[in-house]
Design a protein around this ligand. Structure first.
Ligand SMILES: Nc1ncnc2c1ncn2[C@@H]1O[C@H](COP(=O)(O)OP(=O)(O)OP(=O)(O)O)[C@@H](O)[C@H]1O
Ligand SMILES: [Mg+2]
Length: 513
């Protein structure tokens, strides 16, 4: 390798300057540019430049003088040096790989010692450039990795934002590290910028911090998923949320973060309850149908026997026999009680298997009008205010039995009357539903005493009544339930104790079954 000492006389001071320059504490580029300037001066060149491999093509990194040599010219000079005698391109090797090239555009051919200076400079620059190239490679790699991480993070963010559940992640210090879109929206939404980095206690300040801390600590210490349900009035109505706290480990062992998801399960829970209730009522219905069938026959026998006994007593009386007067009365009682039993049996059968009555297109508004007409003469009904709010655009129900629906509204109105005593008002309202399956909705809204939450699940059961003996059999709502079920619809109840109840019939406006 040529050393400064081996370089011939005239060029030596320049070479020494170059070494001093490269050994200076100046930034590399500045030193390189100064060296190039020295070189241009020493050999009287037009231009000198340093080219680097980036990584497959050569790119001009620094240069002095002009006009600038092009990449194509440099390649040409490297491949066929003899064809471009006025352009010297000396490779700069970094270990066993070329790091770049020192290119000099000459004004004349170089003397041997000048040629040595050019090569010496290329050799001097090699380690520096190799180093510079490495850090450049590192920089490029870091940039690429950062971009990749950014892409991955955006991808993960997109995923958690697309989730239909609220999600956030806290670290060991209870600081929020992730906060998804769902948590930004809604009445109590908090923006991501506001949440990230703050402690969860600052953000969820409505919840008791001790309780929150306990819940998170449980996951941090046990490493197990925790799940529970929570009711909240945050949206203005009572909603149920399923909260899940999931442990997350960045390393191998300890839990480093806790992921919390919150899912609104109100509809699911209601559907679940409806389903459970429908199953229970179906089971009761089956039982009732079986028992009623068994009771119907003996009842018919008792009624027939009582009737023929009546005839026989009549005949005997005509024949002059003395019959105790009580006998007629007893027969009358038997008759009355038998019809009462028959009514109950019919009611129960209506609940379990409403008669397959003729079905036709029915206008729900008309059904309500008819019910009101029938009830108009009821003494207690006269004292109440009944108003209607009909949706004139309400679609007809294609397969319905008006008689049965009148029976339903009658039962609901009688219940409303019982619940209100002598004062108050009932509103009958109809409106269109959102889907054809739930196309027509009718509500009976009263201002009665209401129904306790705990009782709501029982009111459709046959014989459930809170009325005094003789006032109610507890069959009204179970019959309504059976009829509406048979119409492919359902009944919902909202009730607030002491304020009133709303019974809502939801019927399909498309054919069913
Ligand atoms: N509008 C209402 N307001 C308050 N409570 C009600 C209302 N409707 C029904 N209930 C409650 O539900 C119970 C069951 O009602 P359901 O109509 O099935 O039977 P009932 O009215 O007691 O007797 P029946 O209708 O057979 O004469 C009632 O006893 C009452 O406690
Ligand atoms: Mg009733």
């Amino acid at each position: 390798m040529p050393t400064p000492a081996a370089a011939p006389g005239g060029a030596l001071p320049t070479l020494a300057d170059m070494i001093a320059e490269l050994a200076s504490i100046r930034p590399l580029e500045e030193s390189v540019v100064r060296c190039l300037a020295l070189l241009v001066g020493a050999v009287g060149a037009h231009e000198a430049s340093i080219w680097l491999h980036a990584p497959d093509v050569l790119v001009r990194a620094w240069g002095v003088g002009g006009p600038e040599t092009s990449a194509a010219e440099v390649e040409h000079a490297r491949e066929q040096p003899a064809a471009a005698p006025m352009l010297r391109a000396v490779d700069i090797a970094a270990g066993d790989r070329p790091a770049g090239a020192l290119v000099v555009r000459l004004t004349r051919t170089l003397a041997a010692d000048e040629e040595l200076v050019v090569r010496a400079l290329a050799n001097l620059l090699a380690p520096e450039l190799a180093h510079a190239e490495k850090s450049r490679q590192l920089e490029v790699e870091v940039e690429a990795r950062t971009a990749e991480i950014d892409r991955e993070r955006r991808f993960t963010e997109k995923i958690i934002d697309a989730l239909p559940v609220g999600l956030y992640v806290i670290d060991r210090e209870y600081r929020i590290q992730a906060w998804n879109r769902k948590r930004e929206t809604g009445m109590q939404g908090v923006s991501r910028e506001e949440a990230i980095g703050r402690t969860i206690f600052e953000i969820l300040h409505r919840q008791p911090s001790e309780m929150l801390r306990r819940e998170f600590d449980e996951v941090f210490t046990t490493g197990r998923i925790q799940e529970y349900q929570m009711e909240s009035l945050a949206t203005g109505e009572l909603r149920t949320y399923r909260i899940t706290k999931i442990p997350m480990r960045l390393g191998d062992s300890a839990v480093t973060h806790v992921i919390t998801t919150g899912e609104d399960v109100t509809d699911w829970k209601e559907a679940q309850q409806r389903f459970a209730q429908a199953e229970k009522l179906a089971a009761i219905g089956q039982l009732a149908a079986g028992v009623m069938h068994e009771i119907n026959n003996p009842l018919a026998t008792i009624a027939a026997c009582a009737e023929s006994l009546g005839f026989k007593l009549g005949d005997a009386r005509k024949a002059g026999s003395v019959i105790p007067t009580d006998a007629d009365e007893y027969l009358h009682i038997i008759d009355n009680e038998v019809s009462r039993c028959k009514q109950i049996v019919d009611g129960l059968l209506d609940f379990s298997r409403p008669k397959q009555a003729l079905k036709e297109r029915v206008d729900l508004n008309e059904v309500i009008e008819r019910t009101l007409l029938l009830l108009k003469h009821h003494v207690r009904f006269k004292k109440l205010t009944v108003s209607t709010e009909f949706d004139a655009t309400l679609e007809r129900i294609p397969q319905a039995n008006a008689e049965q629906l009148v029976q339903v509204f009658m039962a609901l109105l009688l219940n409303a009357m019982d619940a209100m005593g002598d004062r108050g008002s009932v509103v009958l309202r109809t409106r269109r539903g959102r889907t054809n399956d739930e196309g027509a909705i009718a509500e009976v809204i009263d201002q009665g005493h209401g129904i306790a939450r705990s009782e709501l699940s029982k009111i459709f059961e046959p014989f459930y009544t809170t009325k005094a003996p003789g006032r109610g059999t507890g069959l009204g709502l179970s019959i309504c339930y059976g009829i509406i079920q048979e119409h492919g619809g359902r009944i919902e109840v909202d009730s607030v104790l002491g304020q009133g109840s709303t019974f809502r019939l939801i019927l399909p406006t498309v054919g069913h079954r």
